[in-house]
Design a protein around this ligand. Structure first.
Ligand code: SF4
Ligand code: SF4
Length: 189
């Protein structure tokens, strides 16, 4: 019954106000046009669509967002953010909620995605940019994939892929930092 659902949801602005204050992302500007969801390439794997995630944030339904797999499925491609007519940074909000889930020690439905997330951030903190070779190795060590593949003698395909990327100039042999490393570190803090 519609009346029953309405009675269960008590809107609470605290979460959206916190996001807006901490990140500048104006989730309150969302008017549910669904352009974000319609452009998202990975909705097939999500349990809550991106427009709904924003709506739940607006309503203060923090538990639902922290426990959904959507924030971990999100690949941060920013298609949604680019499409939003109200300039809501949906991808940024997903990242913010990931960090909140980690702080709240919520069980992460996709430990490998989490391992990649940590490896990616660690690389950015270290150099201000990603070094693909180091990122892959760091991810494989954190996720346990390295051990698994080593025991199964299954690293050949990865080495071959790395070699092909290197040949095409898509992967460098040595890492390079950027000038504004300190600023990036501050931003991440
Ligand atoms: S595109 Fe923007 S305004 Fe539309 S539903 Fe998504 S977040 Fe809301
Ligand atoms: S950033 Fe995440 S939510 Fe947005 S379109 Fe890409 S995958 Fe979908």
């Amino acid at each position: 019954m519609p009346g029953e659902n309405q009675a269960q949801v008590l809107p609470n602005n605290t979460l959206s106000e916190e996001i807006e204050a901490e990140t500048g992302i104006k989730v309150s500007a969302c008017y549910q046009c669904k352009k974000c969801t319609n452009g998202c390439p990975v909705t097939f794997a999500m349990d809550i669509y991106p427009d709904r995630v924003i709506r739940f944030i607006q309503l203060g339904q923090e538990d639902r967002v922290l426990n959904c797999n959507t924030i971990w499925i999100c690949s941060a491609c920013e298609t949604c953010t680019t499409r939003c007519p109200n300039e809501v940074d949906i991808a940024g909000a997903m990242d913010y909620m990931k960090e909140r889930a980690i702080k709240a020690k919520i069980r992460i439905p996709q430990p490998k995605t989490y391992a990649f997330h940590r490896a990616f951030l660690a690389d950015i903190k270290r150099r201000g940019r990603v070094f693909e070779g180091g990122l892959v190795l760091s991810y494989m060590l954190r996720s346990g994939e390295f051990k698994r593949k080593l025991f199964k003698f299954d690293v050949g395909a990865d080495i071959w892929l790395g070699w092909n990327m290197f040949k095409r100039g898509r992967m460098k042999l040595f890492p390079k930092g950027i000038k504004g490393k300190k600023e990036i570190k501050k931003l991440l803090k």
